[in-house]
Write a protein that binds this ligand. Structure first.
Ligand code: ADP
Ligand code: MG
Length: 336
């Protein structure tokens, strides 16, 4: 007797959501990535009760016409890759076409979008994966996604959420990552009707670090300037000896604009600091690696938090931290 069944679309989406949407901060991450990929200049995030009762992300990006807006909610529907070959060199933050349908399958979801020159926009309401309403929308050009009652139909997942405070802090951290990774974009966060920060578009990374963390921190950072390797370029800022944290929250590493966790790079950083970093302490880094998209595989982690380097030895050979960082106030560090 046959026992195998194809899962209904909504169930399949909920299964996918289990991987992509771990917590409210994952929703915020996916939505902001979409806004960045849509060339937004400004991204506003509004959350309530740790993002569990509400996440709203508003951008001024390219928007979608009605057909695309409807299609964006289908699984594996994406404008970012077209073929297996494109998967070899992903140049956007998203590429799987999974986030929107996944999120919509585990929340009360509203998408409102309008292309720049369109006379009218489109508003779509989905409830637990079921399409409820499609109508004209009158919002400004760009896209607004509203996610309410996250996991209302997935009690098992809801139970694993932490306190509202912790979830809010996760969201805040997520926006910090994106804001540091994309200084040219303005960001704001409103939590339970209070504005937590408003970051104007910044001309440089150091301006963004200052706007987010203050000039005191900036003064204790050294700028990393790569004058060597043409295939991997490293730049950014790293904390001078004596500046460290008890958690990893300010040890930020970006590969082609994507915040990632990489044991390879973290080991390289630690090696660079050598004895200047005490056990159990983490350095402050805003390190950026730029390399050919074809040299990095981003399709390895469900939340795209890790990448695989095609030439890990090349990355390993890089000095991420110049020994001069162990001296006070070195200013600029030239990697050779
Ligand atoms: P992916 O980002 O992997 O393509 P998503 O499910 O996140 O998959 O989004 C599906 C598609 O919807 C995107 O490829 C994009 O074309 C469109 N889209 C999503 N969010 C936005 C947005 N904020 N602005 C414009 N288009 C968007
Ligand atoms: Mg996406």
């Amino acid at each position: 007797m046959s026992r195998i069944r194809l899962l209904p679309e909504t169930v399949a989406s909920q299964v996918a959501a289990g991987e992509v949407v771990e917590r409210p901060a994952s929703v915020v991450k996916e939505l902001i990535e979409n806004s960045i990929d849509a060339d937004a200049r400004k991204i506003d995030v509004i959350i309530r009760r740790g993002g569990i009762s509400l996440v709203r992300v508003i951008d001024d990006g390219c928007g979608m016409d009605r057909d695309d807006a409807l299609l964006s909610l289908e699984r594996h529907a994406t404008s970012k890759i077209r073929s297996a070959a494109d998967l070899q060199a992903v140049a956007t933050l998203g590429f799987r076409g999974e986030a929107l349908p996944s999120i919509a399958s585990v929340s009360r979801f509203r998408l409102s979008t309008r292309e720049t020159d369109a006379v009218a926009g489109t508003e779509i309401i989905v409830n637990g994966g079921k399409l409820e309403t499609v109508r004209d929308g009158g919002e400004a050009p760009g896209t607004q996604v509203e996610v309410r009652s996250l996991f209302h139909n997935l009690p098992a997942r809801r139970k694993f959420l932490r306190s509202e405070n912790t979830e809010s802090r996760n969201i805040e951290h997520q926006i910090h990552l994106q804001a540091i990774g994309h200084p040219q974009i303005g960001f704001s966060l409103m939590r339970d009707d209070r504005i937590l920060f408003q970051l104007p578009p910044a001309a440089t990374l150091s301006d963004r670090i200052r706007d987010l963390y203050g000039v005191e921190l900036l003064q204790r950072l050294a700028e990393v300037i790569d004058v060597a390797s043409p295939s991997i370029r490293v730049y950014g800022f790293i904390g001078q000896a004596g500046l460290s944290r008890q958690t990893r929250t300010q040890q930020l590493v970006f590969v082609n604009g994507r915040a990632i966790e990489s044991s390879l790079i973290i080991a390289g950083i630690r090696e660079g600091y050598h004895t200047a970093l005490m056990k159990g302490q983490y350095p402050v880094t805003f390190l950026f690696l730029e390399l050919d998209p074809a040299a990095v595989d981003v399709n390895v982690h469900p939340a795209k938090r890790e990448v695989r380097f095609r030439d890990p030895n090349g990355v390993r050979r890089k000095n991420f931290v110049h020994p001069a960082v162990r001296r006070p106030f070195p200013g600029k560090l030239f990697l050779t």
